[in-house]
Design a protein. Sequence first.
Length: 79
Amino acid sequence: MVGPISEAERDAGNRKIKLVLLAIVTATPPLIALQLDPSPVELLAAAGVGFCLGLVIVWYLGRLAAEFAGSQVRSRRRR
């Protein structure tokens, strides 16, 4: 029988998910910009904007997940 995962394993998994999401969001604007034949500076600017947007999304989803995890912990304590 398999037991619950440890906090260290959960944290490592969450980090991997965040990094993959950040990589996808960072890569999307430059790939879209490639359709318009950008200069190297424009391509770097698109990557920078994608990275900043990815950081905001990962931060927001992390806060959202913490709220859901907090509500589940509270409901377990009340029982």
